[in-house]
Design a protein around this ligand. Sequence first.
Ligand SMILES: *Cc1c(COP(=O)(O)O)cnc(C)c1O
Length: 389
Amino acid sequence: MDHAATTYTLPEVLEAMLPYFSEHFGNPSSLYSIAEVSRRAVEEARGKVAAAIGAEPEEIYFTAGGTESDNWAIKGTAFARRKSGNHIITSAIEHHAVLHACEYLEKQGFSVTYLPVDGDGRVNPADVEEAITDKTILISVMHANNEIGTIQPIAEIGRIARSHRIPFHTDAVQTIGAIGIDVDAMNIDMLSLSAHKFYGPKGVGALYIRKGVRVDSLLHGGGQEKRRRAGTENVPGIVGLGAAIEIATADIDAYAGRLAAMRDRLCRGILETIPHTRLNGHPTERLPGNLNISLEFVEGESILLLLNAHGIAGSTGSACSMGSLEPSHVLRAIGLPHEIAHGSLRLTLGHVNTEEDVNYVLEVLPKVIERLRSISPLSAGESKTGQRD
Ligand SMILES: *Cc1c(COP(=O)(O)O)cnc(C)c1O
């Protein structure tokens, strides 16, 4: 139950990739027949990615994953537009690939506004409008958050960006295959995606760049990707990305509906059987497979270790890193008090999960929490919030 971290590669995706490691190994830039096969495969995948998000094939650029796409969109735009201004608007709950790229730019003389979010993790579009100055050169707000699953009002933020003629980037790494995307209807100028989050291979992704949007290159070298992203194409990975995105976006509603129903049953079961718990993230505007719960008086990593001993893979936003119990920037941004943020548990459902899995977690988790609380120094005394649930 950690599909937000990564997914396995579907057998049919792997099948599609395999010939491009061996039989069809040509370099797409070469001028002979075996290279032509690789070239055609890359262009076919480009068409599939474009079709999945309502873009044109010429607007899709292959990268090494979500991190590169985010870095390219942010730094590439900043460097291309530095003569027009030095101000960037983003949110406090972005993935580190966006946040750390922005922090790097601050060291280079750019100024960044990190918009706050409300208690459910939503950015208020009015805050975006208010943050815009005549120096603003980029707005970047993620489509859905990887920790708490909250979906942002992207179309509205995009509309505001467009009305000020400011390019709008969104990190949609978590939403491909979970929510339908149309870059025109949602007013998106740049969009990051990554294959391993939707049952494709790791190390390959794409950046959508709307025609006419200026972005400097980060990688200089050969003339690949219309001279905008140098380096011999990861042909098997790109073929896998194309196959995976076609499958992931084919029947989103049925898949999302199935996941959301299991997720809701899991959520109700946990909140009803375990005292001192709360749901993090938006109650309805959230990723179908995402559940993020805070459990008071326990520590996230301890929950994970015991769940792992029962064969359950989850994740926490409250890693006890370097001896300090600092909860994640996302849990802090939604205003969770420290003692509640300590024990967060993220379970993200996907393809392989069944109703039996949900039953199993509902059987194991209450026992795990009871055991941890019985030995926890945190549970001595009353809840600081004074609430019993
Ligand atoms: C996983 C993830 C990334 C990073 O993608 P990689 O392909 O792993 O580099 C970026 N943003 C979000 C929201 C993610 O979930």
